[in-house]
Design a protein around this ligand. Structure first.
Ligand code: NAI
Ligand code: MG
Length: 484
């Protein structure tokens, strides 16, 4: 079992080579379960970002453009094979760098990474144009061309999985990538970059540049030779990216946060609903953009939902992420732990009732007890703002109209869930909920084949499925005058 990463500095990966930052600077990455430094990582500055973008541009104009689409797909399949080979190392690295339980990474993240990679590998040679018979004296058709150099800026809650959500479709489309992992979880992205080289991807097709958002991230956003930014993270940074991207009018896809409602009606299967509501908010220690953080329970079952949810929270196995029996690990960093504890204080001060949890767990690492708030009012900050931690707020509703008003009553629109046996009702909610995904009698599953994303403060654009192909390509019209 790995408790530290390699002692050597984890260097940047630019143009097919591992190299220190031009400034020579490094930063520490920490295991949030222990607070210990696990590795030193090279810290990309604006000059390193420039080198990575140049390399990505050269690869795009050179070997990557000349490669057959089917061969791009084969390289991606080879990468999937190498990820399977090194699965144990990847699982351990992801766990010590982010605090995610190894069992969850094996069950959820890694299969999703492989599914994403093989799905888009199969798509690489199926990106077609159309012949559109516009005139009788011309042959008019479209081709779909790759956009060019893609900057993928990813968060720390699912470093491997969200990274692959962006890399795989970009590569399948024939783009090249500069991947900037979050500064608190840089290790698995570097490992994926190395495996891509081993698989035979040409140098510069996938560059990996750990560094800080304000420096390395911002340099990518400002760079005039980046064509597209695909970002997952906070709404604050999403807005900054949009402004920076206006310089050379980069394409932008933003997947930001949420405050998703999970609505439980009295005619639902209550066992299933409460079980899913629990994992909907406690999975990944609540650090999930689509977490079901607002549980709306009908007044007739409110007390029962609160009590059963609290029992689930109390029975959650919290502890060392490297033990296979652990279901919940720490928050990803001290900053995030403090933020979550602050929100719990805010909730108390607003008059909500802590039914269970409500404090730090232990004094080593950044653990917070799974927490359930009852007597939550819709206007309270804990009901409106994204906490990004294991904090459930349970809110009472009276009827359908009330539930809908509450569910749609935040600035976010990413996901929502509804539990009911009434087929008319679930269709009404599927129609009226403002969300990119509506789950009915389940909560939380995603699949790479289905479009994923939100609107309003949850961002815009869709990832996954065919939508991602549109994100990384552009249509060109070819008009050949033939004469009648
Ligand atoms: P963040 O948005 O700062 O970090 C996400 C990524 O953006 C990281 O790679 C970071 O280095 C980069 N970044 C930061 N500033 C940048 C800039 N000016 N230009 C370009 N890139 C930049 O998220 P943070 O501060 O770590 O977390 C704060 C809150 O954001 C969380 O509590 C949560 O509410 C939300 N969040 C939502 C996520 C989601 O899945 N939608 C993921 C992570 C955070
Ligand atoms: Mg770390």
């Amino acid at each position: 079992m790995l408790t530290r990463a390699s002692d050597q500095t984890h260097n940047l990966l630019i143009d097919g080579r591992r190299m220190p930052a031009l400034s020579g600077r490094t930063f520490d990455t920490v295991n949030p379960a222990t607070g210990e430094v696990i590795a030193k990582v090279a810290e990309a500055g604006a000059d390193d970002i420039d080198a990575a973008v140049r390399s990505a541009r050269a690869a795009f104009e050179g070997p990557w453009k000349r490669m057959r689409a089917a061969d791009r797909g084969q390289l991606m399949l080879k990468l999937a094979e190498l990820i399977r080979r090194d699965e144990d190392e990847l699982v351990n690295l992801e766990s010590i760098d982010s605090g995610k339980p190894v069992s969850a990474i094996r069950r959820q993240d890694l299969p999703a990474v492989l599914d994403t990679l093989t799905y888009y590998a199969g798509m690489a040679d199926k990106i077609n144009g159309q012949v559109i018979p516009a005139r009788t004296d011309a042959l008019t058709y479209t081709v779909r061309e790759p956009l060019g150099v893609v900057a993928a800026i990813i968060p720390w809650n699912f470093p491997l999985m969200i990274g692959m959500w962006k890399i795989a479709p970009a590569l399948a489309c024939g783009c090249t990538v500069v991947l900037k992992p979050a500064e608190i979880t840089p290790l698995t992205a570097l490992k994926i970059g190395e495996l891509a080289l081993e698989a035979g991807f040409p140098a510069g097709v996938l560059n990996v540049v750990p560094g800080f958002g304000k420096v390395a991230g911002q340099a990518l956003v400002d760079h005039p030779d980046v064509d597209k930014i695909t970002f997952t993270g906070s709404p604050v940074v999403g807005r900054q990216i949009l402004q920076g991207a206006s310089g050379n009018l980069k394409r932008v896809t933003l997947e930001l946060g949420g405050k998703s409602a999970n609505i439980i009606f009295p005619d639902a299967d209550l066992d299933a609903a409460v079980k899913a509501a629990g994992s909907g908010i406690f999975f990944n220690t609540g650090q999930v953009c689509s977490a079901g953080s607002r549980i709306l329970a009908h007044e007739s079952i409110y007390d029962e939902v609160v009590q059963r949810l609290a029992a689930r929270a109390d029975s959650t196995r919290i502890g060392n992420p490297q033990e296979t029996s652990t279901a919940m690990g720490p928050l990803v960093s001290e900053v995030q732990m403090k933020r979550v504890l602050d929100y719990i204080e805010i909730g108390r001060n607003e008059g909500a009732r802590v039914v269970t949890g409500g404090s730090r767990h232990g004094d080593v690492g950044y653990f917070v007890k799974p927490t359930v708030f009852a007597d939550v009012e819709h206007q309270m900050r804990i009901s409106q703002e994204e906490i990004f931690g294991p904090v459930a707020t349970v809110i009472k509703f009276t009827d359908e109209a009330d539930a809908l008003r509450l569910a749609n009553g935040t600035v976010y629109s990413l996901a929502a869930g509804v539990w009911s046996a009434d087929i008319g009702r679930v269709h009404r909610f599927a129609r009226d909920l403002k969300a990119g995904t509506v789950w009915v009698n389940t909560y939380g599953p995603t699949d790479i084949r289905l479009p994923w994303g939100g609107s309003r403060d949850s961002g815009f654009g869709r990832e996954h499925g065919d939508a991602a192909i549109e994100n990384f390509t552009e249509q060109k019209v070819v008009w050949i005058q033939t004469g009648k």
